[in-house]
Structures are given as structure tokens and as C-alpha cells.
Design a protein around this ligand. Structure first.
Ligand SMILES: C[S@@+](CC[C@H](N)C(=O)[O-])C[C@H]1O[C@@H](n2cnc3c(N)ncnc32)[C@H](O)[C@@H]1O
Length: 226
């Protein structure tokens, strides 16, 4: 990270504050949609001015098991920048985001990439037709926006993500993390612990890096006792 990347964190904090305000009065779909209508890059993730986010996407993809995936899902894909990187590692990539405006941006940015598709959808209300379809699900910097962000909602979402995976499929969970020093990092830790506590996931590896925490999980089918 370069000193000027600090600007990225300042822009992100401003966007998050606006979203939190609008979320309280209008709900998360309206709040994220407004953010993507107001700016075509609300978190400056694609800005050539800041190197941090692009490097982070590369580092996340590098953590994946060294194999080619069939169907990858990027949940909360935003502008689809990580989806585009995943396109080099999977036959098909689907990006889903709650904000239709984000999906418009993502489609435009993906241009001619023919193995990436995007659709609007809420992690809290995904269609059953997606179940068991993905050998890779990536969830990067999304779940701390869940509203309400409580243990019950988290448990439901974690179980839902397990449903989306094929047997032994891979889930890559990544969230902002600064050594538990700030409130957001504590929320990130809570999210990762919720996945770790779910009997349908086994931790494959955990990676603490400057400003993010990434955990790889493997889906495990529960065997019912005879
Ligand atoms: C900080 S951005 C991260 C985007 C992308 N994952 C990345 O790493 O570049 C958070 C994204 O989560 C999306 N999001 C928030 N809540 C969601 C939900 N309940 N279902 C689907 N997407 C959601 C937002 O619209 C936003 O695009």
C-alpha cells in the first residue's frame, strides 16, 4: 500500500457513512442503488490513482486452490472487478449484487468477456434455482453491510451460502481487517467466526494481510448418523 492509498480509505468511509444514513430510512437496496447512481465507482475500487484494491483482488485470486473452477459466484460483486479476475480461473462466473445500478456498471466494465454474467439479487433472498450450482463462491467486503447485522441473520446467510456450493466446493470470504483495532475489524472477525462455527464449512486456510482477512472454506456435506 502506498501513502496515497489512504485516500481510498477516506473515500470508502464517506461512501459507507452515506449508505448507513440512507439504509436507516430507506433500506439497503435503496442505499446501495443511490451510491452507484451518484458515482460510477463509490469505493474508488477501479481508480488508477489507488493501487491497493487491484492488488487485493490479485492476492485474493492467488489464494484459491490451484485448479480451474467450473462455475464461480461473486456475491455482492459491485462493479464486477473481482468477477473479471475470476474469469481467468473459472469456465463461468456469475456476479450478483443488490444494486441494479452496480450490475449495469459491471456489465459495461466486463465488455467482451464472454464467460462472465451479472444479475441483480439480494444475498438474503436468493432463488433456490442457484442451489448446488457453484464450485466456488467468493464473498468480498459484503457481509458487514447486512442489515440487521446480528447472529441470527449471519447464521442464515452462512447456511444459504453453503447451499449454493457443490459438495466440497470452495468459499473464499474476505473482509476489511486491521488487527481487530477498529470496530469494522471486530465485525469482520464476527463474520469469519460465524462461518467457522457452521458445521457445513471446514476451514482450509486463513490469511491475515495488511487491511484484510481472507479465509478459505471447503463445503462438507453433513452425514446423518444411522
Ligand atoms: C464494498 S462493495 C464490495 C464489492 C465487491 N465485492 C468488491 O470487492 O469489489 C459491497 C457490495 O455489496 C453489495 N451488497 C450489499 N448488501 C448486499 C446484499 N444483501 N445482497 C447483495 N449484494 C449486496 C453492495 O451493493 C456493494 O456493491
Amino acid at each position: 500500500m502506498l501513502p496515497r492509498d489512504i485516500g481510498l480509505f477516506i473515500k470508502s468511509a464517506r461512501t459507507d457513512a452515506k449508505i448507513a444514513r440512507l439504509n436507516r430510512t430507506h433500506g439497503s437496496r435503496v442505499a446501495f442503488e443511490a451510491a452507484y447512481r451518484e458515482s460510477d465507482d463509490p469505493w474508488a475500487s477501479a481508480s488508477p490513482r489507488y493501487r491497493y484494491q487491484g492488488l487485493k483482488y490479485d492476492r485474493l485470486v492467488a489464494l484459491l486452490p490451484a485448479k480451474r473452477f467450473c462455475n464461480a459466484l461473486d456475491l455482492g460483486c459491485g462493479l464486477g472487478l473481482l468477477s473479471q479476475k475470476l474469469a481467468g480461473r473459472a469456465d463461468n462466473v456469475l456476479g450478483i449484487d443488490i444494486a441494479p445500478a452496480a450490475i449495469e456498471h459491471a456489465r459495461r466494465r466486463a465488455g467482451a468477456l464472454d464467460n462472465v454474467a451479472f444479475q441483480a439479487g439480494d444475498i438474503l433472498n436468493l432463488p433456490a434455482s442457484l442451489d448446488g450450482r457453484f464450485d466456488l463462491v467468493v464473498v468480498a467486503d459484503v457481509l458487514y453491510y447486512l442489515s440487521p447485522m446480528d447472529t441470527g441473520v449471519l447464521e442464515k446467510v452462512v447456511a444459504r451460502i453453503a447451499d449454493l456450493l457443490t459438495p466440497n466446493g470452495t468459499c473464499l470470504l474476505a473482509n476489511h481487517f486491521f488487527f481487530s483495532a477498529d470496530p469494522d475489524s471486530r465485525v469482520s472477525r464476527k463474520i469469519h467466526k460465524a462461518f467457522e462455527a457452521c458445521p457445513r464449512f471446514a476451514v482450509t486456510s486463513e490469511h491475515r494481510r495488511a487491511f484484510f482477512l481472507a479465509t478459505l472454506f471447503s463445503e462438507r456435506r453433513l452425514r446423518l448418523a444411522a
